[in-house]
Write a protein that binds this ligand. Sequence first.
Ligand SMILES: Cc1cc2nc3c(=O)[nH]c(=O)nc-3n(C[C@H](O)[C@H](O)[C@H](O)COP(=O)(O)O)c2cc1C
Length: 144
Amino acid sequence: MKPVPFVGHPVHAFISKRWSPRAFADKAIEKETILSLFEAARWAASAMNEQPWRFVYAQKKDAPRHAQLFACLTDRNKTWAGSAPLLVLTVVKTTMENGDPNRWALYDLGLAMGNFTLQATLPLQLRERELELQEREPLEALLL
Ligand SMILES: Cc1cc2nc3c(=O)[nH]c(=O)nc-3n(C[C@H](O)[C@H](O)[C@H](O)COP(=O)(O)O)c2cc1C
């Protein structure tokens, strides 16, 4: 159920309207809408402009790719996440273009996902929820 937000001090509706659901409408998301989410992520700041984020996504209708992503989830998340119309796996490149370790890569991924979430929340009226992964093996097939 949608929570009633407590807003201690005024914040933009982009922020106060975000929440993490565990139930989803059985409705496919338009390709253009999905691309807008990734475009928002792409606009994030990143150390040395390395843009170390990578995304693998599957719509519910994209078998077997969806099944491969779903297989990576923890058992607890599997109990409800299968109804989400879109699963997105985030991956981060931990080395810079010059081969040095990128100590800021996870920070940058967080910024990108912040943009992704904000784009989903108000302009597109979508909701997303971060999920832990359990299985790494099916991931390797997705990333090849
Ligand atoms: C990095 C990260 C990992 C998370 N992992 C899970 C998860 O595995 N399963 C889940 O149901 N929620 C997960 N969440 C969602 C949080 O539980 C949720 O954001 C938190 O309870 C606050 O609720 P709200 O997002 O509605 O404000 C995760 C959130 C983040 C940022």
